[in-house]
Design a protein around this ligand. Structure first.
Ligand code: ZN
Length: 88
């Protein structure tokens, strides 16, 4: 297993640029023809580490809590305006 799982959060988005290649899904280890609709998973938003994954695998991993999104790990801090208003 590579460092795909060495991340606190992930960015998940539909794969747009479809090349006639075959990838290996990091979630199930199965082959993934890129021409089939699938997802991109970016560990901590790191594009060079992005992996192509089956949509169904991503959905299952999300349900199982294995692919936390950034906003689930790092809730956004109150913005500057909110802090200023609170102080005032
Ligand atoms: Zn898969």
């Amino acid at each position: 297993m590579d460092d795909f799982w060495q991340a606190r959060w992930y960015v998940v988005r539909p794969a747009g640029n479809r090349k006639p290649a075959t990838y290996r899904c990091p979630l199930c280890g199965g082959l993934l023809p890129a021409l089939r609709g699938h997802m991109l998973v970016l560990p901590e938003g790191d594009a060079p580490r992005r992996r192509h994954a089956h949509t169904s695998c991503v959905m299952k991993a999300r349900r199982d809590g294995r692919l936390p999104l950034r906003e689930e790990i790092e809730p956004p801090r109150p913005g500057l305006l909110a802090r200023l208003l609170r102080r005032g």
